[in-house]
Design a protein around this ligand. Structure first.
Ligand code: G3P
Length: 227
C-alpha cells in the first residue's frame, strides 16, 4: 500500500518525507490556501522534496481552460500529477491530458459510476472522498470496495485508487484490508497511526529495567571477558 501525505504544509511534508514512509503528496485548493503562499512556487518546493507523485489541482471549470492550466502545472516538475474534478469537463480534460502523457488524478469522486468514467478517461489516479461520504451518513469505505471490485474486472483499467478525505486511522486500515492502492493521509492522522499507549508504557518499562543495569550500549568499556 502506498501512503501519500494530504497537505500543502511544506514543513510537515519534509518531516514525514524524512521517515521514508511517504510515497507522494496530494494537495487541493483548500490545502493550498491554508499554506498561504504563491501556488506555483509552493508546488515547485513540494516537488523538490519528494520524488513521488505530487497532486496539484486546476481551478478552471471548462475543459479547454483546465487543459491550459494543467499544462502549466505539469511543466513545474516531472512528478506533478494534475488534479481535475470528476465533472464532464474534468473527464474531457483528463482524456486529452492522459493522451498527451500527463498524469491525472481525478478527484471529488463519490460513486462507482464516476470511478468507471475516470478509468475510461485514462486517469492515472482516482480519489474517492470517504470522509465526506461518512459525514453525510453514507459508507465511504463501501465505495472503495465497490471501485476496487469493478476495476479488478478490467485489467485494461490502469487507474490507481487513492483513498482520500481520510479522517482517522481506521480509514487507512480498512483501505488496506480492501486492498486499495494508495491512501492519502493528513499529517495528524499519520501521527495517530503510530501512537499507542501500550507502546509508550512498554518503552518506559524497558528503559526503567535497563537503567537498573547501569550499562550503556555506546560505552566501549561495556564488555565482559568471557570465561
Ligand atoms: O485529498 C482530499 C482531501 O484533502 C479532502 O479532505 O477533509 O476536505 O474531505 P476533506
Amino acid at each position: 500500500m502506498k501512503f501519500f501525505i494530504d497537505t500543502a504544509d511544506i514543513d510537515a511534508i519534509r518531516a514525514w518525507q524524512s521517515t521514508g514512509l511517504i510515497d507522494g503528496v496530494t494537495t487541493n485548493p483548500t490545502l493550498a490556501a491554508k499554506a498561504g503562499r504563491a501556488f506555483i512556487p509552493l508546488i515547485e518546493d513540494i516537488c523538490a522534496c519528494i520524488s513521488g507523485p505530487v497532486s496539484a489541482e486546476v481551478t478552471a471549470t471548462e475543459a479547454e481552460v483546465m487543459v491550459r492550466e494543467a499544462r502549466i502545472l505539469a511543466g513545474i516538475a516531472p512528478n506533478v500529477a494534475v488534479k481535475v474534478p470528476l465533472t464532464r469537463d474534468g473527464l474531457r480534460a483528463c482524456r486529452a491530458l492522459s493522451d498527451d502523457g500527463i498524469q491525472v488524478n481525478v478527484t471529488l469522486c463519490f460513486s462507482p459510476a464516476q470511478a468507471i468514467l475516470a478509468a475510461k478517461a485514462g486517469a492515472a489516479f482516482v480519489s474517492p472522498f470517504v470522509g465526506r461520504l461518512d459525514d453525510i451518513g453514507a459508507r465511504g469505505m463501501e465505495l472503495i470496495a465497490d471501485v476496487m471490485e469493478i476495476y479488478g474486472n478490467y485489467p485494461a483499467f490502469s487507474t490507481e485508487v487513492i483513498v482520500a478525505s481520510v479522517r482517522h486511522p481506521v480509514h487507512v486500515v480498512e483501505a488496506a484490508r480492501i486492498g486499495a492502492d494508495i491512501a492519502t493521509v493528513p499529517p495528524d492522522v499519520l501521527d495517530k497511526m503510530y501512537n499507542h499507549p501500550l507502546t509508550d508504557r512498554g518503552v518506559d518499562a524497558f528503559l526503567a529495567d535497563w537503567a537498573g543495569l547501569g550499562q550503556s550500549i555506546l560505552d566501549p568499556s561495556n564488555t565482559e571477558t568471557r570465561a
